[in-house]
Design a protein around this ligand. Structure first.
Ligand SMILES: Cc1cc2nc3c(=O)[nH]c(=O)nc-3n(C[C@H](O)[C@H](O)[C@H](O)COP(=O)(O)OP(=O)(O)OC[C@H]3O[C@@H](n4cnc5c(N)ncnc54)[C@H](O)[C@@H]3O)c2cc1C
Length: 265
């Protein structure tokens, strides 16, 4: 089975800085890690390879420093990696990101399955997996918590929904995004770390992928951030003193007062 696993580099800190001009996240590679959800995608891709044979290629769009997390994935069983890196890709919204990753997938060539994390911890949209599938014209299943059956031609997956779970059969090639309860990611072995340093790694720019300049980066993004701001704190938190009964009584009085004030207004 030929598997592609999409990995995003995300800030490991919540002190994310924004460029005041472009309103985009400043991605300088410092304090960056593999998107936590993507560690489950890597593990599932490697498990499928171990079961069915084949190859796993890690794919990322990001700054050159993203190479570090791709090497980390290779130390955990991924065979090779492709990094799409170019100033022209910067500032992409999800549509432009998915288009760019689709170019990367096409460059890798015939694939049976693409595995993504459920969502990225910085962008948080969970849109890339489905958009990537649409771009490539293949089916997708999101939020997969278990792969019940797998062959080179189809997958039987359990997916988590808002109301419970669903069992879905999907013909391959296709895309899945995985939930974090799908597996327990393995630690890299010393041998894996050593082998990852020698593993095949390719970096391509926009021209190498034949990207349409009108569909990549900030210019190719139909959605752009107009303004960013920290929400003003408008409510004060009040702690009620005393035991449970006293606190409940105080809460009732406060709610009554609030209700009466509301009625007067
Ligand atoms: C309206 C809007 C406007 C935006 N504008 C900008 C902007 O102007 N500038 C800017 O810098 N950002 C912008 N972003 C953020 C940017 O679109 C996202 O960082 C990026 O498109 C990925 O989306 P996400 O982080 O929500 O990923 P999700 O969809 O939550 O990620 C799901 C999975 O997709 C895969 N994936 C996601 N991104 C990558 C990647 N780069 N490489 C490999 N795999 C990946 C991973 O497997 C991940 O687990 C914008 C987002 C939105 C919604």
């Amino acid at each position: 089975m030929k598997i592609i696993v999409c990995i995003k580099q995300v800030p490991s800190t919540n002190q994310v800085k924004l460029d005041p001009e472009t309103k985009t996240i400043i991605r300088d590679g410092r304090q960056s890690v593999i998107n936590p959800f993507d560690t489950y995608a890597i593990e599932e891709a490697v498990r499928l390879k171990e079961k069915l044979g084949g190859k796993v290629t890690a794919l990322s769009m990001g700054i050159p420093a993203t190479q570090r997390i791709l090497r980390e994935a290779m130390s955990q069983g991924v065979d090779e990696a492709l990094l799409l890196s170019d100033r022209a890709f910067a500032g992409a919204d999800t549509l432009a990101t998915a288009y760019t990753l689709a170019l990367g997938a096409r460059h890798i060539g015939d694939f049976d399955l693409i595995v993504c994390g459920r969502m990225a911890t910085d962008g948080d949209t969970a849109q890339i997996g489905p958009e990537l599938a649409e771009d490539l014209g293949v089916p997708h299943v999101t939020n997969v918590s278990e792969i019940l059956e797998a062959s080179d031609t189809e997958l039987l997956c359990r997916k988590v929904t808002d109301y419970g779970t669903q069992v879905v059969r999907m013909k391959l090639p296709g895309v899945i995004t995985v939930a974090k309860d799908i597996n327990m990611p393995r630690m890299a072995s010393i041998r894996g770390v050593r082998e990852s340093l020698e593993a095949p790694f390719t970096m391509l720019g926009a021209a190498d992928t034949g990207a349409d300049p009108a569909r990549i980066g900030l210019k190719g993004s139909p959605t752009q951030v107009v303004r960013t701001f920290t929400p003003e704190k408008t409510v004060e938190c009040q702690f009620l003193q005393g035991n449970e009964k006293q606190a409940a009584g105080a809460l009732c009085r406060l709610l009554k007062e609030e209700h009466l004030t509301g009625e007067e207004a």
